[in-house]
Design a protein around this ligand. Sequence first.
Ligand code: OOG
Ligand code: MG
Length: 257
Amino acid sequence: MIGVDTAGVAEQLGAAADTATAIGQLAAEVGLDADGAYAVQTALVQRRLARGERLVGLKMGLTSRAKMAQVGVDEVIWGRLTDVMRVPDGGTVDLAGLIHPRVEPEVAFLLDRLPEPGEPVGAFTEAVRAVAPAIELIDSRYANFTFSLPDVIADNASAAAFVVGPWSPVPDGLANLGVLLEVDGRVAQVGSTAAILGDPRRALDEGLRLAGWHGVRLRQGWVFLAGAATAAVPLRPGAHVRAVVEKLGTASLRASS
Ligand code: OOG
Ligand code: MG
């Protein structure tokens, strides 16, 4: 990774997000591998923190086959969530600041007592206080939503916004719950939480392991998005979107017109 201008690449991605202007892929050109890309992501998120945003969680990406197939990248990735990305349940997302937003149904965990770095998760119900249906709004900063693995890692795993529905205590079975994504009352995607690494609880093990490699510790009180159970769908002006997860209920958002 000698010679990669980490700060410069982060600045290009940050400016693309700030101005809602797509850019071309960067990784191949500047010789970025996955580790270098996480360094860019750190710098990119640092840029947000420097202007007053707060870290509030972690998101997993490409934890389901449907997502891997949709974007043509087949490795699990992670990114960071800040307070500014959180939209209240039922709230409106302003499309003006976005390039080509897509929405996807997710399961969110409210993190509680986590193991020490390098230790496995003990009882899931100790590590996770509550679970909720969620919607993630992704907005790749790359033209045509086309990227390589290091490109998408550097771009903070396409994170843009997220909505968390009502929290519930962890239900007995979480491994095979029906998932629906509705747009304007019509079913746009159907799936199951089983699509998320066979069981969304595994996403937490992966998140702890992968973020741990990069020295990132997950915190009590953080939101953890386990990754979409289905492919994402474009978010059109004025659309009303609902994610429904069996036993957990609904999260919703509206797009500005
Ligand atoms: C990358 C982010 C993937 C998920 O839930 O799988 C993701 C992308 O699709 O642009 O958030
Ligand atoms: Mg996602």
